[in-house]
Design a protein around this ligand. Sequence first.
Ligand SMILES: NC(=O)c1ccc[n+]([C@@H]2O[C@H](COP(=O)([O-])OP(=O)(O)OC[C@H]3O[C@@H](n4cnc5c(N)ncnc54)[C@H](O)[C@@H]3O)[C@@H](O)[C@H]2O)c1
Ligand SMILES: [Zn+2]
Length: 391
Amino acid sequence: MEFQFGIPSHVTFGRGSVKKVGEVLEEFNAKKVLCVYDQGVKQAGIVGQVITYLKAKKIEVVEFANVVPNPPDTILEEGAELAVKEQVEAIVAVGGGSPIDAAKAINVLITNPGPIHQYEGLNLVKNPTKPLIAIPTTAGTGSEVTAVSVITDTAGEKKMVIGGRHCGADVALVDPDLTIGLPPAVTAATGMDALTHAIESYVSKLASVPSDVNALKAVELIYKNLAEAYKNGSNIEARTNMLLGSMMAAYAFNSALLGLVHAIAHPLSVYCGLPHGVANACMLPDVMEYNARDEKVQKRFRDIAQAMGISVEGLSDKEAADQAVAAVRELSQSINIPSLEEAGVKREQFEQLAEATLNEEISIMVNPRDVTEQEVVKLLELAYSTKKAGV
Ligand SMILES: NC(=O)c1ccc[n+]([C@@H]2O[C@H](COP(=O)([O-])OP(=O)(O)OC[C@H]3O[C@@H](n4cnc5c(N)ncnc54)[C@H](O)[C@@H]3O)[C@@H](O)[C@H]2O)c1
Ligand SMILES: [Zn+2]
């Protein structure tokens, strides 16, 4: 048996854990911080809360509010220059994957020369970075615990993954109360992203015992709580389970990596502007069906069906796998995930999307089945129109 497994962040999980942000920074002896966020989290009142806790500990705050979804490389230098000019001693990232990933990349550029593109890949960042505290406000990416930052390369028209040493957060304050106000559509899309992480890492060629344990528990938590969190956003138990599930899915994919769903989702964000979660959610059921044509994958999907609470006794692996796919399709419909057509994707873009998908080398490499451009076009075609579960 051979595997690699590791997580960069120390986690404090639970209601009210955000209140510890000042205390944690005191432990790092940081008296001035760069707070990285986007307008949505500010409007939700979360940034104000965090700044209050920081000021209560007499920590000076420099704000960087320029993050947008699928954060582009173009904002990073500005963030790093501000941090250097203001001589901040630590970074606090508040938000979903976009602000957390932007903060990770800004942090790299504070102590390492730019441009950021030279660090695309694994373990290419050489100089240690400043302490980074991540405070997630979506139950989706799990970026608060991964050693990965995903940045849009605007000139190269692709998503870059910068990962490995010095790329993660040091501390994650994971507080379910911060996700209570997440709008239903964002809850649905980010939750399906987390489910995709769990499923893709479980069938990945790099899956290991520790990633499997986390992936299956994540499937259970997310599958059993997403519809409730979507319908009844103030249900704290559902929100807590979603945040735990998204975090555990990230424990799994940080080592096992992802697969074909993400390989297609990245170009869908770059070329069609789809939010990351929507792009994954649109593709997940059809890609599962594609992967499930492999007998080994059917066995793995049997475990996933079981983790979802489906009784698989007496079913063949194929039947159990079909049930897992049908359950994901049904969940997706119950939380109003759009078809690609409804999300604004045009058929004329399929060839370009398929070509870019095959360039997502890492995800393609670890996906359990090989794929050609033609097969990707077929998958896009399938996800283009809404289908009823089981059809
Ligand atoms: N680093 C990783 O490990 C990793 C993994 C998967 C995806 N990603 C990346 O993360 C990004 C997506 O992150 P995301 O899905 O969390 O979305 P996001 O951070 O882009 O946020 C989506 C929207 O929700 C709003 N929002 C966030 N929290 C809110 C709250 N509590 N209340 C109200 N509004 C809120 C934001 O303002 C934004 O408009 C993509 O760029 C993706 O590629 C990173
Ligand atoms: Zn994702």
